[in-house]
Design a protein around this ligand. Structure first.
Ligand code: NAD
Length: 418
């Protein structure tokens, strides 16, 4: 069934708008409307009960103009080609905004991993890696985690690729467990980047995170870390949610007490009653806060609920959580949005640091990783802010303009082959 909001069409609409602001001609950037390569694979898996099931998977390489392709792998029942294409294109833009030497890619399997046993999940992962093997490699295309994929799964990816090569190749994937070449600081990096962006935005407005009221949608890798770090910087996290629903407390949720529950169960569903009220995801998105962090999936804020959003600032932890129509509504209402390609870039920045460490067979200290992340995000934030001011445009336009300058500039220098 086609999606109500096609994320790839969303990407192209934003791209056109930013290109127009920059005064680019179609010839300069038309190439960015098409992914370089799309590989669709069928994945037959022997289930534990002896049946064979066939799953659909994708690897899309959007651009390699600025370096090897880079992007995560998503396991979700709604994965389709347009979603993976959009996620790949956003990776191209994201790597360019933070100025790391990568292009963009993404992968996905249409599966609800919660319905699979661990053995089935491992067989599915290894089969997928075998099927996309011709495309990936430390110099070509480097996968990483995304929704429902974990460091353990990254370890299986590294092992499957290495078995085919006959020697250990840690640089083929990032987000790995530390023991097999993962980087210190990687698992918190995306949430840390979100927190850095929220802090920098507050600074620009003459405020701090201290006492800011925050709601976070999605308590996964990104949202749970962002909630904990923002809480650590003095913000009051009044609402959080996951796919099962949310909780709200006017005086702020005890994030430190709640975190072990998510870490162990990965859901809010079985959380015992406490000093909070239960709310729906829709209520979370419209609650009265300073900062809203959508950190679940695409298109959660659309034109139907954008008029009811009461947050003054939105920091996009997720990729594509706001549709273009909703973006216009929020912009007109004076809501400042730090866009996904900047706000959630912390993950790919530390993935880049992990890859550099792997290529050099060297280990960085965690403080060094976090410090480099902080500097990289701060530089990118400043550039985006300055471009947005210069063109009197939103931060999303600022980020896309910053990215487009780099990607189009690289393409121009390389030329079109042959
Ligand atoms: P995750 O699988 O760890 O967590 C996803 C969370 O979203 C879970 O808590 C889940 O319950 C919740 N969720 C799912 N559907 C929901 C719904 N309909 N309503 C409310 N909550 C829902 O995934 P993640 O890695 O934290 O990724 C979240 C988002 O951040 C995605 O858009 C992803 O592409 C993006 N992102 C992730 C990374 C990373 O390093 N993991 C980096 C950049 C961007």
């Amino acid at each position: 069934m086609p999606r109500k909001h096609n994320p790839y069409e969303n990407y192209k609409a934003v791209l056109d708008k930013a290109a127009e602001l920059l005064g680019l001609a179609q010839n300069d950037y038309i190439i960015l409307k098409y992914p370089e390569r799309t590989l669709k694979v069928s994945l037959p898996i022997r289930m534990d009960n002896g049946d064979v099931r066939v799953f659909e998977g994708y690897r899309v390489q959007h651009s390699s103009s600025r370096g090897p392709c880079k992007g995560g792998i998503r396991y979700h029942q709604d994965v389709d080609e347009d979603e993976v294409k959009a996620l790949a294109a956003w990776m191209t833009m994201k790597c360019a905004v933070v100025n790391i030497p990568y292009g963009g890619a993404k992968g996905g399997i249409q599966v609800n991993p919660r319905e699979l046993s661990k053995g089935e999940l491992e067989r599915l992962t290894r089969r997928f890696v075998s099927m996309i093997l011709p495309l990936i490699g430390p110099e070509r295309d480097i996968p990483a985690p995304d929704v429902n994929t974990t460091p353990e799964i990254m370890g299986w990816i590294m092992d499957t690729y290495s078995m085919q090569k006959g020697y250990a190749v840690p640089g083929v994937v990032t987000g790995k467990p530390i023991e097999v070449g993962g980087s210190l600081g990687r698992s918190e990096a995306t949430g840390r980047g979100v927190t850095i962006c929220a802090r920098l935005l507050m600074q620009k407005l003459g405020r701090t995170l201290e006492g800011a009221r925050v709601a976070v949608q999605g308590m996964g890798n990104v949202g749970s870390v962002a909630a904990a770090l923002m809480h650590g910087e003095g913000a009051k996290i009044v609402a959080i949610s996951d796919v099962s629903g949310g909780i709200y407390s006017e005086k702020g949720l005890p994030i430190d007490e709640l975190r072990p529950h998510f870490a162990a169960r990965r859901t809010l569903a079985e959380l015992p009653d406490g000093d909070f009220v239960r709310i729906s995801n829709e209520e979370l998105l419209t609650c009265d806060v300073d900062i809203l962090v959508p950190a679940a999936l695409e298109n959660t804020i659309s034109k139907s609920n954008a008029p009811s959003v009461r947050a003054k600032y939105i920091v996009e932890g997720a990729n594509g959580p706001i549709t273009p129509a909703a973006d216009d509504i929020l912009d007109a209402r004076g809501v400042t949005v730090v866009p996904d390609i900047l706000a959630n870039a912390g993950g790919v920045v530390v993935s880049y640091f992990e890859w550099v460490q792997n290529l050099q067979s060297f280990r960085w200290e965690e403080d060094y990783v976090n410090d480099m992340l902080e500097r990289t995000m701060a530089r990118a934030f400043e550039e985006v802010w300055a471009l947005a001011q210069e063109k009197n445009a939103s931060l999303r336009m600022g980020a896309y303009m910053s990215a487009l300058k780099r990607v189009v500039g690289a393409k121009k220098l390389r030329g079109i082959f042959p």
